[in-house]
Every structure is written in C-alpha cells, then in structure tokens.
Design a protein around this ligand. Structure first.
Ligand code: DAH
Length: 339
C-alpha cells in the first residue's frame, strides 16, 4: 500500500509539473482525486487492510492527498498568472501610433449661401417663414394672378398631383399664404425647394431652391425695392457691386423687373465668368400687383409692397465659382469637402 501511494504521488507530481494550462490541470485533478480517481480507488482497498494498520494507512493516504492538493494549488496559481499576463500582453496599447483621423463634415454650398442670405435679410428686420412643397394650385398660381391659360401652368412645366394640387413651381406661393393671415407691415423671406418638369443639365434640374422675399407696408415704392436689393447685393458680393434693373413681366408684380449685378470677378469689364457681359442676372422682382393684394385680403389703396425671387443654386454657383449645377446635387464628398 505504501509503495502504491508513493507511486501515485510521484506520478501525480510529475504530471502536474508538466501541465501547460488550466483545463489539463483540472483533468489531472479529477483523474487522481475525483470519485473514480486513483486515490479514491486506493481508499476502497482499505477494507483489506488489517484493522490495527488502518489509522496509519489512513494517515498516509491523507498525507498523499494533501501533498497532491498543495501541488495542484500552486500550479493553478502559476497558470492563472500566466493566463492573465498573456491577456494583458494582448491588450497593450501602443501610444506612439498615430491617432485615427476624424473626418469633419462640411456645409453644402446651398446651405452656406442660404445662411448668408438669411443673415442679410434678418439683419434688415425680415422674418424667415416656410411653406409647403406640395401646394394647392390656388397658392401657386391663382392667388398670384396667374390665369388658367398661362403657359407656366402647362404640364410640361408643372408636376401635377391632381387637378388642384401641384409640386410648387415657385416659393412665391408662400407670399399668398402669408398675406392671407397677416396684416401689414409684413417683411418675410421664404427659402425652399421648388419643382419643375425640366431635364437635368448644367443649369437645370427638376428640383431646385428659391428664396422669396416680400415686404408690404404703407407708402412702399420702387425706390424701397431698389435700395433693399442694392444693399443685399453689396452684402453678398462686396461693396463695389452695382445693380441694374431690366423691365420684365411677372403676373404677380407690376411693374416687374429682373435685376443684374455687376460681375464681381471682372468688375464689369467682361470676362469668362459673366460671358463677356459685365453683368450677371440674379433675381426677379417687382411691386406686388394690386390684384394679388386684394385676393389675399389686403387693401391696395392703403398698402403697397415689393417682392423678389432668387434662385438659391444660382447664388451658390456664383459665390463659390462652381460652373455646373449638377455638382450641387451629386453630393460627392470630394466636392463638398472644399467648402
Ligand atoms: N417666382 C419667380 C420665378 O420663379 C421669381 C419671382 C419674380 C418672384 C418676381 C417674385 C417676384 O416674388 O416679384 O421665376
């Protein structure tokens, strides 16, 4: 019995010394000390030991068990430390590596141009209001003095949802909405998306943006319109900017005009940018037609006003010297990054 225990102990200690990981250590523990383990088997043989020898043999078995258990514990502690060190080694951070670069977003040229226009007009006391993109035919056309047989109402130009509802073709629709529920004085600009049945090319898109302006008060005349838009142009394109009005026709204004600014690139001499003209057209404007005031419940004998409509993309293209409108819609990060 003594020999047997010694053999078990020696084998166990050597096996434990050679073990490389905790799983295998556990297996060895079960093999020796488990219910069906070697030492347990030895204990079962106790019944064959003479009664007077039993305490001595029992003591020997316990000593062997204790020695093996102690060895298992030491090894377990060693293996656990090894595993922890391996884990920590894997988690080491090399603080000398270059940091990840965070890409910072850029504002779209349309947004920049709009923010600039809003800054200028709110500075003059204008309020920014928005209207719906899906609009009643009434606000888009009729309330703006555009008769039923006007060419703009042709399906070739306008997206119809049904007979009475359109995708608005101009932000002028917001004028009628505002006048209908506000009594003068009114000073608003209204930016937003508009839609026209156009094919895409360098200067056209079926969906683009306009900024509408409207001022209604007592004793407003064309000189007020001119002064306001001259200030606007100077703020936007620089203090040297000159303006020029050309007579035009819009059904909702009388008289109506288109406004040009002197080319801020060549100062008016004529260059590639202004196509040799020296002038660049930027907006449509005029004195609000008395019919439009009347239809929205404002007395044209008491109040007058002016209105204007600017193409936002046009301003963005000019201000940032972009020569193809499609760039504004493709949202290619390599393009947008430049702003
Ligand atoms: N709505 C016009 C257009 O889309 C632009 C415009 C012209 C707006 C004259 C106005 C205005 O308010 O008075 O071409």
């Amino acid at each position: 019995m003594k020999e047997k225990l010694k053999a078990i102990q020696e084998e166990a200690l050597s096996k434990i010394s050679d073990v490389a990981d905790l799983d295998n250590l556990y297996k060895i523990k079960v093999d020796i000390l488990g219910k069906k383990g070697q030492l347990t088997e030895v204990l079962k043989g106790m019944k064959d030991v003479a009664p007077e020898d039993r305490p001595k043999v029992g003591q020997m078995v316990n000593d062997t068990r204790k020695t093996i258990e102690e060895k298992l514990e030491t090894m377990k502690a060693q293996l656990e430390e090894k595993a922890l060190n391996a884990k920590l080694a894997k988690e080491v951070i090399d603080v000398t590596l270059p940091a990840n670069k965070n890409e910072i977003g850029h504002k779209h040229p349309n947004t920049l141009a709009l923010e600039e226009m809003e800054r200028i007009f709110t500075g003059m006391g204008y309020e920014v209001v928005e209207g719906p993109e899906i609009e009643f035919d009434y606000y888009n056309f009729e309330a703006l003095n555009i008769p039923a047989d006007h060419p703009a109402k042709d399906e070739q130009d306008t997206f119809y949802i049904d007979k009475n509802i359109v995708l608005r073709t101009q932000t002028s629709s917001v004028q009628a909405r505002v006048m209908e529920n506000t009594q003068p004085p009114i000073r608003i600009i209204s930016p937003g998306r508009v839609f026209r049945s156009d094919a895409v090319d360098a200067t056209h898109s079926p969906s683009f943006h306009q900024v509408e302006g409207l001022a209604i008060d007592k004793n407003i005349n064309f000189a007020d319109l001119k002064g306001t838009l001259a200030d606007f142009a100077k703020e936007l394109f620089g203090p040297e900017t000159k303006i020029k009005f050309r007579p035009h026709h819009f059904p909702f204004t009388e008289p109506s005009a288109e406004m040009d600014v002197s080319c801020f690139k060549c100062g008016g001499k004529g260059c590639r940018f202004c196509k040799g003209e020296g002038w660049i057209e930027i907006l449509g404007c005029g004195m609000v037609h008395p019919n439009v005031l009347k239809m929205s419940g404002i007395d044209p004998e008491k109040y007058q006003g002016f209105a204007f409509g600017v193409g936002l993309e046009r301003i963005a293209l000019l201000k940032y010297e972009i020569d193809d409108m499609r760039l504004l819609y493709e949202n290619d990060a390599r393009f947008l990054k430049q702003f």
